[in-house]
Design a protein. Structure first.
Ligand code: FAD
Ligand code: NAP
Lengths: 454, 253
């Protein structure tokens, strides 16, 4: 067995779930030894800890931090793929590939996630309605199993284990490296159309009617607006700009890419800076600053996809008690459930900014993949908001009764029952996992809390 | 595992029939809670509590536990783990008040009370902490008392045992920093419960439900200590520093 280091307290991005684990930095060369020597409470790979709840925690067990160098990534410009270590971040990868004319097939709202985390959560981006989730673009994975052996898995090799690993939350094994299909781009800029929607009805209609004309589409909803403003939103849609679409100084450096973090929140913020007043003011400002309708604006990649990354450690503004992100999906046709939930939050008075609405396209073959055709809403709320636990348990029923589900990478509150209802193929996934990891080496707090693992 | 709202999935109440302890359990039960174990001197005395907590498919059981038998405490924790898995939350709510007049006549009875309140708290607290370290998470709530803040002539045997368990819990909390486990010390004033039945209430008296509410808030906010009612924190800041001659004359019961 490994000599375990003293435990380190770990939380998710929301900073509201804490547990202690022994943290071990590993490389491709020694990760197998670490797994074979894992303690009774098992092992788990932690990426950049951008999941909001306890997905990347393993209380009392071992946490592996897998090193990765973007410089070692191999770009195949014939197949348009990259083969990259799972510990490499999308941030580092893009710095290598964008100047060479390639973008990741799917990006979340932050570039500070690892390739391993992107696969394990089967992340989705603003292009889900047309191009699906990250797993759809994974060509192969090299997976380290519980017994220390490494297996090549792909949509045609060990198919079941492959799809159980996509969205499998690190509980089928350690993703060591992967080959991903990349998107050829001409420039490092995006061309963007912006529209304001005056209420929920309006935004749903705009998205239903127009999303298919755009590669990327996302709406931001002001969840604090009530009455006739309920659901007022700003919709941004766009695509990668072509060289021809660039003007001015951008034309001389069409693939220039060097995004910066411009400010950082200090480590200790004694109280939450997020409250009803500050968020209401921010939302009002954000809504009013958006143009009623504007087309063909040129944005940087970072400005369009990762605006939050400009502020380092922004999760600290919620103070020591942290926050939760509630992200759920309801199928098309269940817009009433969506409306009910928007109304419930608006009436609750909870300070919520950054509520994001997306239309999902078809899902994939992974039993635990979150996306399916329908609407997904994600909102951040301070964990200290009184009665929030009860409100979310209540809304869980609305989501499940509508045939929807919750996103594991964001969850920090729900029940095993809610997950088994939302993911009817859970037992099938458990069966695959139990066969590849019969003694249950791969474990996480999320897995324990939600009954994913025994 | 606790969720982001400090809602536990599994709860162990040491002193399974305690009015305050049960009020805390009731305040913490949410849809995520699936197992509750009431550890009692006499498990059948908890029948009513077991029945009232059992709902929505939740498992509730009463097991035998005697605080005055330290040698049995580690085995109790092992037994509870075998029933429910990880223990998310332990509430240490056992205790005896006793009668100071009686203790003055019967030093052995006084020593027995201290054995329950303090010695039993130390042995069960350490057994819980060992399990928390192993599982990498867990919250321990210790029912201390303002009686331990400054002992009074009317109940100094009880008060001194509470002072001891309070000091123990502070140190235990410090020793667990970084492990993922935490300790919350609750210092109630006079609470209307079985323990105080028949005694004349003193100023700022409160109810088990109010103590439970303060405890849940403390857990949610990851506090290290809570007072119930909260004003007692300030009252005792003053009382602690009063000259003995003045303190002795106060009508504190
Ligand atoms: C600001 C922000 C915006 C976001 N926007 C989106 C979004 O638009 N869409 C979306 O889908 N998600 C979004 N997310 C969530 C994020 O994309 C996922 O939580 C992602 O998994 C985080 O990656 P990570 O490297 O930080 O992984 P961690 O959070 O560290 O881990 C997440 C899971 O991946 C597993 N894992 C990590 N590496 C490996 C590996 N090498 N092998 C096996 N398992 C592994 C872990 O065990 C864990 O279960 C957002 C998060 C933030 C903070
Ligand atoms: N009430 C107050 O005013 C007040 C104020 C401050 C602090 N507190 C503290 O709060 C805690 C709970 O008190 P309460 O008010 O809820 O009183 P309670 O209802 O009398 O509860 C005390 C519990 O302790 C149990 N107990 C006593 N001796 C035991 C032993 N040897 N082994 C196991 N269990 C034993 C009792 O069990 P049985 O049913 O078997 O007797 C009872 O369940 C105590 O620690 C108390 O000191 C109380």
């Amino acid at each position: 067995m490994n000599k375990l280091t003293p435990p380190t307290r770990l939380t998710g991005w929301g900073r509201a779930t804490a547990s202690g684990a022994s943290v071990l930095p590993v490389s491709r060369g020694n990760i197998a030894d670490a797994v074979v020597g894992a303690p009774e409470r098992g092992a788990l790979v932690r990426g950049l800890g951008r999941s909001y709840g306890d997905a990347a925690q393993n209380a009392g067990g071992l946490i592996l931090r897998l090193a990765g160098l973007a410089g070692d990534a191999v770009l195949d410009t014939v197949q348009h793929t990259v083969t990259v270590g799972a510990g490499v971040s999308i941030d580092d990868l893009l710095r290598v590939t964008v100047p060479q004319g390639y973008f990741v097939p799917v990006t979340p709202g932050t570039r500070f996630v690892t390739i391993g985390g992107a696969i394990a959560s089967d992340i989705h981006g603003k292009n889900h309605h047309g191009e699906g989730s990250f797993g759809n673009h994974v060509r192969r994975i090299s997976l380290l199993l519980a017994d220390g052996t490494t297996l090549e898995i792909s949509p045609s090799q060990h198919t079941e284990l492959f799809w159980a690993t996509i969205g499998g939350m690190g509980l089928t094994g350690a993703i060591v490296d992967a080959t991903i299909s990349m998107l050829p781009i001409e420039t490092s800029r995006c061309i963007v159309d912006t529209t304001r929607a005056h209420d929920l009805e309006h935004i749903l209609t705009l998205m239903e009617e127009g999303d298919d004309r755009y590669r990327y589409s996302v709406a931001w909803i002001d969840l604090m607006a009530k009455g006739r403003h309920l659901g007022r939103s700003v919709l941004t849609r766009g695509d990668h700009a072509t060289v021809e679409q660039l003007t001015g100084s951008a034309t001389s450096s069409p693939r220039h890419y060097d995004p910066r973090v411009v400010a950082s929140v200090p480590p200790v913020v004694p109280v939450s800076l997020i409250n009803n007043l500050s968020v209401r003011a921010f939302n009002e400002f954000w809504f009013r600053k958006a143009p009623l309708y504007r087309t063909d604006e040129i944005h940087s990649l970072a400005g369009f996809f990762h605006p939050l990354d400009m502020v380092g450690s922004w999760n600290r503004i919620y103070g020591p008690r942290g926050f939760v992100q509630y992200q759920f999906l309801v199928p098309f046709g269940q817009e009433d459930a969506l409306r009910h939930i928007v109304e419930r939050f608006a009436a609750s008075g909870a300070a919520s900014f950054l509520a994001v609405l997306k239309r999902f396209g078809a899902g994939n073959a992974a039993p635990l993949s979150f996306p399916a055709p329908g609407w997904t809403l994600a909102l951040d709320i301070p964990a200290s908001f009184s009665g929030l636990g009860e409100i979310l348990h209540e809304l869980d029923h609305t989501v499940l009764d509508a045939g929807g589900r919750h996103y594991l990478a964001k969850d920090s509150h729900t029940t095993p029952q809610a997950i088994s209802r939302g993911y009817p193929r859970l037992a099938e996934w458990q069966d695959v996992r139990n066969r590849s990891d019969p003694t249950g080496v791969w474990r996480s707090d999320l897995g324990r809390r939600l009954g994913l693992i025994a | 595992m606790h969720n982001a709202f400090a809602q536990p999935q599994t709860i162990l109440l040491l002193g399974g029939t305690s009015d305050i302890g049960l009020a805390i359990v009731r305040a913490l039960v949410s849809p995520t809670c699936h197992d509750i174990v009431l550890a009692c001197r006499n498990p059948s005395a908890a029948d009513e509590a077991v029945a009232s907590l059992r709902a929505d498919g939740r498992n509730v059981t009463a097991v035998r536990f005697d605080a005055s038998q330290p040698a049995t405490h580690a085995a109790l924790i092992t037994d509870v783990v075998s029933r429910v898995g990880d223990i998310d939350l332990v509430i240490m709510a056992f205790g005896v008040l006793g009668d100071q007049g009686n203790f003055d006549q019967d030093p052995v009875a006084a020593a027995e009370a201290v054995t329950v309140n303090y010695v039993g708290g130390v042995s069960s607290g350490l057994a819980v902490a060992a399990q928390f370290r192993k599982q990498g998470h867990g919250r321990l709530v210790v029912l201390s008392s303002v009686a331990g803040e400054r002992t009074r002539k009317s109940n100094f045997v009880y008060g001194s045992s509470k002072a001891g368990i309070d000091a123990f819990a502070q140190g235990l909390g410090d020793s667990l920093v970084g492990t993922g486990a935490t300790v919350l010390i609750v210092r109630p004033g006079f609470v209307h419960s079985a323990m105080t039945a028949g005694l004349a209430a003193v100023p700022f008296s409160t109810t088990p439900e109010a103590v439970a509410e303060a405890t849940v808030r403390g857990l949610h906010a990851a506090k290290r200590t809570v007072w119930a009612p909260g004003i007692l924190r300030y009252v005792f800041m003053i009382l602690r520093h009063l000259p003995g001659a003045v303190f002795r004359r106060l009508p504190l019961g």
